[in-house]
Design a protein around this ligand. Structure first.
Ligand SMILES: [Zn+2]
Length: 480
């Protein structure tokens, strides 16, 4: 027996269809099966589930097998449309609009039916477009990274916009102050307001009626985060953003506001002057750039990727890697072979254990950068890595360049060298065969879930787990 509401609708329509073929009215068929016409009507409208005995009587009266009534298909095209509309009106998506349910009757013109259905289909299409599956999210992210790589991670229009805005605030040099950021907001017609009760899912909220930008209170007095968040909120206004219609557009807006905020905190002209001078002195370092502009190490490293190729004639790469070796963010236009999955997505992939992005965890004390030359199948790269930790875990920020460009950087004289053969799995991805044979099939690691929304599941015995590390851990502890 059908139990779902939509199946009852189909059943009802099939009964009505066969009743019509026999030229019977509701009351006439009702008489034959011992039901009032009104009760039969409820069944035909899918609002009452018939007893099996009733169904049998109806089948007999209409001279069709009972299976013919229970067949899940619409009896004809018109009925198929009616069923679809009945289903669409029961959808929570429609319910959320608080609109009345239209009773689908025999007398409803076909055009009205088609028009309503067309609107329902479009509503469903728009809703599903706005919801990104992790796979769509990863794909959109990859497309964006490739687009930015093609333009050397540089957006001239936003650079100019930021340059003009910062100048208008009266800023002269060095770190952009909170006061100057407030002035920028005022010039846009907005007040910055710091509150304790921002919705948990937001970083800032802009009130377009009262022209206010609500921000969380500073966790660290004078912290860089607040200036950045206020600038990002302003970026939405200055760049004319509208509510994103897709996940790809959401990502694109995020990238643009982040770019704008970074270009305000480290304005193009002042930054290029600073970096070009450091390059001339052969003293380039993310550390100094960071300190000169009062930003985080990561912000300075990312900003360097905007300016290095367009203004300093250098190619480079940037990596943010978590303590377990997974790539959180990456950029390269210098040929460093970033690990990627079959879709080209890099987020969540493990970088080579030999790279400074990972070896730095074992070498540094977090106060200074760690320098290393790494030979890879794509050539030798020099990298500077800074490690740090958030509440939850360790991470490392690396900026590196091909060997020939290392001469511009502080740390070029390091004697630290490593050889990476990745993506050849025998480099660091496959455990030694004796260890492997001892532990394969005899261990059961439980994966730590990566909170990152874009985190893919790398292939392996257990998704999200680095087999090699598990096996080596077991090997080391087994001897104890
Ligand atoms: Zn490797």
């Amino acid at each position: 027996m059908p139990t779902r509401a939509s199946d009852l609708v189909t059943l009802g329509l099939r009964i009505r269809h066969f009743r019509g073929e026999h030229g019977l009215t509701l009351d006439q068929l009702g008489d034959r099966v011992g039901l009032a016409g009104s009760q039969l009507s409820l069944i035909e409208n899918g609002r009452r589930e018939p007893k099996l005995s009733t169904l049998q009587d109806v089948a007999t009266a209409l001279a069709v097998p009972i299976t013919e009534l229970l067949n899940g298909e619409a009896p004809n095209t018109r009925a198929a449309l009616e069923i679809e509309l009945a289903r669409a009106q029961k959808n929570p998506l429609y319910g959320a609009l608080g609109l009345p349910t239209v009773k689908v009757t025999k007398g409803m013109p076909l055009a009205a039916l088609e028009s309503l259905l067309g609107l329902h289909r479009e509503l469903a299409r728009r809703a599903s477009e706005a919801i990104a599956t992790p796979e769509e999210a990863r794909r959109a992210n990859t497309e964006l990274r490739e687009l930015m790589r093609e333009q050397d991670n540089y957006m001239p229009d936003i650079e100019q916009l930021a340059e003009d805005q910062v100048q208008a605030s009266g800023h002269v040099s060095g770190a952009l102050t909170h006061r100057e950021v407030s002035v920028m907001a005022e010039q846009l017609g907005f007040n910055l307001i710091y509150v304790n009760d921002l919705p948990g899912s937001t970083r800032s909220v802009t009130d377009l009626v009262n022209h206010r930008i609500y921000l969380p209170p500073a966790s660290i007095p004078g912290g860089h985060g607040l200036r950045s968040m206020a600038l990002q909120a302003m970026g939405h206004r200055l760049l004319g953003h509208e509510r994103p219609a897709s996940y790809a557009e959401f990502l694109w807006q995020r990238l643009q506001i982040n770019y704008f905020a970074a270009a305000c905190l480290m304005p193009r002209n002042a930054s290029v002057a600073f970096l070009a001078n450091a390059k001339r002195e052969r003293e380039l370092s993310v550390e100094d750039f960071r300190d000169a502009f009062g930003v985080t190490h990561e912000a300075a490293a990312l900003r360097l990727t905007n300016l290095a190729t367009s203004h300093l004639d250098m190619t480079l790469h940037f990596l943010r890697v978590t303590g377990d070796g997974a790539l959180q963010k990456g950029y390269e236009n210098d040929g460093l072979p970033l690990p990627a999955d079959v879709t080209g997505s890099i987020e969540g992939q493990f970088v080579c254990k030999q790279w400074s992005a990972r070896s730095a965890f074992t070498h540094t004390n977090r106060t200074t950068e760690f320098y290393q030359y790494t030979d890879t199948p794509a050539g030798t790269f020099w990298c500077a890595t800074q490690t740090g930790a958030t509440d939850a875990r360790e991470f490392s920020i690396s900026v590196g360049v091909p060997f020939v460009q290392a001469k511009w950087f502080r740390g070029r004289e390091t004697t630290q060298r490593a050889i990476s053969r990745c993506p050849d799995e025998s480099c660091c991805r496959r455990p030694a065969s004796d260890i492997s044979s001892r532990w394969a099939g005899k261990s059961w690691p439980s994966a730590r879930l990566h909170a990152h929304v874009l985190s893919p599941l790398p292939s392996g015995t257990f998704p999200g787990v680095d087999d090699t590390e598990v096996y080596e851990f077991l090997e080391a502890h087994a001897a104890e």
